[in-house]
Design a protein around this ligand. Structure first.
Ligand SMILES: [Zn+2]
Length: 308
């Protein structure tokens, strides 16, 4: 089975993770622009970061057999630094129009402040203007209210719910998101967001229409195999294969495919892996390592299936 991980912060991960993901069947992933942990203080840091996720990171993923896409946005935490936010808003359009950018995101609320609201709305307008889908990060605190509010604001701005993926859902938010016609994404993120056994229960209860599974793996304790492990667990638990295919592959492709920037042919007929290839004069090989050209083999990390 082929999988897409539509939310993975690979800038924080090592190449081993790419190899493990490819071995477990992940053919493509989406890297949303996000918070690095250390707040950025200059717009220049944003320019370099966005250049990285549309550039070298995409190249690195390709060299290990995974097609890489990204979403572009000012994240909600940094929206609270108004001077930075103003600068970032100016540079966003030129990054949003680059190849393999499939949405504006991840945007939304963190503490639900006035500034977060202001820049969320401005970015929704930008998405509408560029006819790009939106990826919404829902807050960890006061999630239910933040999720409802995010959707209210999208509708106020005239966005079609079919163009909006609401991420980081849980049992408390899923019903409303689906009822209102939005895509409902779930981050299988250990301890804090969603476990995969719980995810399997949601698939049983709601089916798989407009449901998307992702790992949200980043610099925290997280699992880049969140999608293939959840798929395996769901299949083992008797969830119909077609539902697993929708939630772990097709729905992400359908939602983000509306950008015109991601299509199956990208991984069904990919360029051959050749690690001698250079990106702006640099290769993915470190310390004179020998170039590998074959596909990785064993499914590293698939032995422990449950993510709690
Ligand atoms: Zn994220």
């Amino acid at each position: 089975m082929m999988f897409i991980d539509p939310h993975a912060h690979m800038i924080s991960r090592t190449t081993d993770d790419y190899e493990a993901m490819a071995a477990a069947g992940v053919v493509a992933l989406i890297e949303p622009a996000f918070w690095l942990g250390q707040p950025r203080t200059y717009v220049g840091s944003y320019i370099d970061y966005l250049s990285h996720i549309v550039g070298f990171e995409r190249f690195r993923a390709g060299q290990f057999g995974i097609r890489h896409y990204c979403t572009i946005g000012l994240n909600s935490k940094e929206a609270n630094n108004q001077e930075l936010a103003e600068g970032v808003m100016e540079i966003l359009p030129r990054f949003a129009l680059k190849e393999a950018v499939v949405a504006i995101g991840e945007i939304g609320y963190d503490e639900q402040t006035e500034l977060e609201d202001k820049y969320f709305r401005l970015q929704l307008d930008l998405a509408k203007e560029l006819a790009l889908p939106v990826m919404i990060h829902t807050p960890h605190r006061d999630k239910k209210r933040g999720t409802s509010r995010s959707m209210d604001v999208c509708l106020e701005h005239g966005l079609d719910p079919a163009m909006v993926v609401v991420d980081h859902n849980n049992e408390e938010t899923v019903r409303e998101v689906l009822d209102r016609g939005f895509w409902a994404a779930f981050s299988i993120y250990p301890s804090t967001k969603m476990g995969n056994a719980r995810m399997v229960e949601i698939l049983r209860q709601y089916g798989a229409e407009r449901i998307i599974v992702d790992s949200a793996c980043d610099w925290g304790i997280s699992d880049p195999l969140g999608v293939p492990k959840t798929a395996r667990l769901a299949l083992d638990s008797g969830v119909p294969e077609e539902h697993v295919r929708l939630a772990c592959y097709q729905n992400a492709l359908s939602a983000y495919g509306q950008s015109g920037q991601i299509k199956e042919d990208d991984w069904l007929n990919p360029p051959a892996i050749d690690q001698r290839t250079l990106y702006e004069g640099n290769s993915v090989l470190r310390g004179g390592r020998e170039a590998r050209i074959e596909e990785p083999g064993a499914q590293r990390g698939m032995d422990k299936l449950i993510i709690e």
